[in-house]
Design a protein around this ligand. Structure first.
Ligand SMILES: [Ca+2]
Ligand SMILES: [Ca+2]
Length: 615
C-alpha cells in the first residue's frame, strides 16, 4: 500500500502522469522522497507543503531543451520569454518574480549577485544536464533562506552503477542543434566519475516586432559541462567534488549605443563557473552534510559588436546540516549557512556576509504529521531577521483523503547591487534617505488530496503577501526604494491524474491566480487562469505524450489585456534496439501565434528529431 501511495503521490506532484511501465515497477518499490521541503530526504506523501517533481523520465519524455520550458508544464508556475530559446525568461512561482526564488544546482546557489536583484539565469540551464527538478511553491522555503517565490532544487545527471556512455543528438526548427554526452566510470574501487557535455545552438527568429530594418535573427549558443567525482564510501562517509561551467551567448534586440542611440545588434554574454565539495555521513538514524561551494558569474552586454557594460558576481557558501531521528516519532534537523555574495561592475566592488542558523522539528504519529521550523539570519546589510514555518498533515474521515495546512514567513535581503547603486554616484533622495531593509513575506495554504485510487487529485488554496517590496524608483529615477504596504497573491491549484489503463493515463491542472501590487493593481504577465490537459501512453518500447495548455486573463506592463491562447506540444519516442532510441516532437503543434511579452514574437511550430545512443 505504501508503494502504491508514494507512486500515486509522485504522479500528482509531477502534475503530468507517469505511465505504468513494467520496467519502472521495480523502481517504484522505492518510496519517493524529496529534498526541497525539509533539506533532508522526506517522503513526498508525508508533505503538507506543495511540491512539483520532474524526474529524468519525464524530462526525457517532454524533450524540451531548457529549464523554463520544463517548468511551464507544472501547476503553479508560469513563464515568459523575450523571444526564442535562451532569451531572458521570467519564471514565476505563484506569481512571484524569479528573483524571489532560490535556485540550487546540486545544492549550490546559482543566483547571480551581479544582476540587479540577483535573478538566477534559468534560461541557461539545459535539460540534458538534469536528472531531477524539485520545486517548493510558496513561502515555506525558509530552511534554504528562500523568499516568497519558493525554491527550485536541481540535480545533475549522474552515471549508473555500470560504466556507461550516452550520446543524445537532436535537430529541429529555427536551426536548433543540440548534443549531449554523458560518460560515467560506474562504481569502481577508485570511486565514480561522471562527465557531462551539453551543447545547444539556435539560429532563432527575429525577436522584436519593431526590428524592421536590421531584422536579424536572434540566436543562441550554450556550451556547458559538468564534472563530478565521488570517492568510495568509507564507514558511512562519502565525498563528492563537483565542477561546472556554463558559457552562453544570446542575441537580442533593443539595446543602446554609447551615444544613447537604439540598436538591434545586441549580444548578452553569460558565463558561470561553480565548484563544490559535499561531504555526507549517514547511519540508521541520522544524516550529516557539510558542503562548500563557490559560484562566479560574468555578464557582458555588447551593442554593435562593442562591449558596453560588464559585471561580475560571486556566491560563496559553507553549510553544515545534521538531521536525526529521535525516538519513534520525532525527527530534528539543525544547520548553519555562511554565505558571501559580491559583485564588481568596474566602478564599484561590494561584498557582504550572511550567517544563518535553522532548526526544524517534525513529529509523526498515528497518521498525523506536524512540523515547526525556525531560521535566524544575520546579514551585514540589514541585520537580523527571523523566519518560521508550521505545517500539519492529517487523514480525514473520507477514505484516502488527507488534509494539509502550512504557514510560513520569509524575506529577501536587498542585493549587493541594490545597496551599491543607492550608495553610488547616480543615486539621490528619496532613494538615499534611508538604508534598504529586507523585504518580508508571509503566506499560508490549505488543501485536500486523495492519493489512493485510479483517479488521484490535489486541491490547494494559498494566500501570500510581500511587505516593503524593493523596486527601482520609476518616478524620480533616484535609485532603489522600498514601497510601504503589501502586495498580495491568492489562488487555487487543482490537479488530477487518471490511470485510465495500464499503459494509458490522463492528467491536468487548473490554476487560478490573483496577484496584485500594494495598490491592488493586477501584476503584469501573471495569467489569472492556466489550464493544462495531457495524455500519455507508454508500452516500454514506444511512448507518446500530448500536452495542451491554455493561458488566459493576462495584462502587460501598461495594464492592457493580452489575448488568451492555447498551445499544444506532442512527443513520440521509439526504442529501435537496446541501445538506440529515436524521437520526434513538436512544440506549438497547431502553429499558434501568441504574445508572451508585449513587443516580442513567440516561437511558432517547431519540429524536432532526435537519436539517443546508449553504450
Ligand atoms: Ca532581431
Ligand atoms: Ca538582435
Amino acid at each position: 500500500m505504501q508503494t502504491r501511495l508514494s507512486h500515486v503521490i509522485s504522479r500528482i506532484t509531477v502534475g503530468v502522469s507517469i505511465a505504468v511501465n513494467p520496467i519502472a515497477t521495480l523502481a517504484e518499490t522505492i518510496e519517493e522522497t524529496v529534498i526541497v521541503a525539509d533539506r533532508v530526504d522526506t517522503s513526498s506523501q508525508s508533505l503538507a507543503v506543495s511540491v512539483n517533481v520532474i524526474d529524468r523520465e519525464l524530462i526525457e519524455t517532454l524533450g524540451s531543451a531548457t529549464l523554463p520550458q520544463l517548468l511551464k508544464t507544472q501547476v503553479g508556475i508560469s513563464t515568459t520569454q523575450t523571444g526564442g530559446l535562451g532569451a531572458v525568461s521570467g519564471i514565476r512561482v505563484r506569481g512571484q518574480d524569479g528573483f524571489r526564488t532560490k535556485v540550487l544546482l546540486d545544492g549550490v546557489d546559482i543566483s547571480d549577485p551581479s544582476s540587479p536583484q540577483i535573478a538566477p539565469r534559468m534560461e541557461h540551464v539545459l535539460s540534458g544536464s538534469l536528472d531531477r527538478i524539485e520545486v517548493l511553491r510558496g513561502t515555506q522555503g525558509l530552511l534554504w533562506g528562500a523568499d516568497a517565490g519558493g525554491v527550485i532544487s536541481l540535480t545533475s545527471r549522474s552515471g549508473s552503477a555500470e560504466a556507461s556512455l550516452d550520446i543524445d543528438v537532436e535537430r529541429g526548427g529555427y536551426g536548433f542543434e543540440s548534443e549531449t554526452l554523458t560518460g560515467s566510470s560506474g562504481e569502481t574501487s577508485m570511486g565514480e566519475a561522471t562527465l557531462l557535455i551539453n551543447k545547444v545552438a539556435l539560429d532563432g527568429f527575429n525577436a522584436r516586432l519593431d526590428d524592421t530594418v536590421l531584422a536579424d535573427r536572434d540566436g543562441y549558443d550554450n556550451d556547458s559541462y559538468h564534472l563530478s567525482y565521488t570517492l568510495p564510501e568509507w564507514q558511512g562517509w562519502s565525498a563528492t567534488l563537483i565542477a561546472r561551467e556554463i558559457d552562453a551567448q544570446t542575441d537580442y534586440d533593443l539595446c543602446y549605443t554609447a551615444a544613447f542611440g537604439i540598436s538591434n545588434d545586441c549580444i548578452d554574454d553569460y558565463k558561470n563557473d561553480s565548484q563544490a565539495v559535499v561531504i555526507d555521513h549517514s547511519d540508521d538514524s541520522s544524516h550529516t552534510r557539510i558542503s562548500w561551494s563557490e559560484s562566479t558569474s560574468e555578464r557582458a552586454y555588447a551593442t554593435d559588436g562593442a562591449v558596453g557594460f560588464s559585471t561580475q558576481g560571486h556566491n560563496d557558501q559553507l553549510t553544515a546540516m545534521h538531521s536525526r531521528q529521535v525516538g519513534e516519532s520525532y525527527r530534528v534537523t539543525v544547520g548553519v549557512d555562511l554565505d558571501e555574495q559580491g559583485y564588481d561592475d568596474g566602478f564599484d566592488q561590494r561584498s557582504r556576509d550572511n550567517k544563518a542558523a535553522y532548526a526544524n522539528l517534525r513529529r509523526e504519529s498515528n497518521g498525523l504529521i506536524v512540523s515547526g521550523g525556525i531560521r535566524i539570519d544575520d546579514n551585514d546589510d540589514f541585520g537580523k531577521h527571523t523566519s518560521w514555518r508550521l505545517t500539519a498533515l492529517t487523514p480525514t474521515a473520507l477514505e484516502g483523503v488527507a488534509a494539509k495546512v502550512a504557514v510560513g514567513t520569509g524575506f529577501r535581503a536587498p542585493s549587493p547591487y541594490e545597496i551599491g547603486y543607492n550608495t553610488g554616484p547616480w543615486a539621490f533622495s528619496p532613494a538615499t534617505d534611508s538604508p534598504l531593509k529586507e523585504e518580508k513575506s508571509k503566506g499560508w495554504e490549505i488543501g485536500l488530496r486523495d492519493v489512493t485510487g485510479a483517479v488521484t487529485w490535489d486541491l490547494t488554496y494559498f494566500n501570500q503577501q510581500i511587505t516593503d517590496a524593493i523596486i527601482f524608483d520609476l518616478v524620480n529615477y533616484s535609485g532603489y526604494v522600498q514601497i510601504a504596504g503589501e502586495s498580495e497573491s491568492t489562488g487555487i491549484e487543482a490537479s488530477v491524474d487518471w490511470q485510465f489503463a495500464e499503459r494509458l493515463s490522463f492528467g491536468g491542472f487548473v490554476s487560478q491566480l490573483d496577484a496584485a501590487d500594494s495598490q491592488g493593481t493586477q501584476l503584469p504577465y501573471r495569467p489569472e487562469l492556466t489550464l493544462q490537459l495531457n495524455g500519455r501512453y507508454s508500452d516500454g518500447d514506444s511512448s507518446w505524450m500530448l500536452i495542451a495548455r491554455h493561458t488566459a486573463d493576462r495584462v502587460d506592463e501598461f495594464g492592457s489585456a493580452l489575448s488568451d491562447y492555447t498551445v499544444m506540444d506532442a512527443t513520440f519516442s521509439r526504442k529501435v534496439t537496446d541501445s538506440i532510441d529515436l524521437s520526434v516532437r513538436a512544440e506549438n503543434l497547431t502553429n499558434k501565434a501568441y504574445t508572451d511579452i508585449a513587443g516580442y514574437r513567440s516561437p511558432r511550430r517547431a519540429l524536432y528529431v532526435g537519436i539517443k545512443l546508449a553504450i
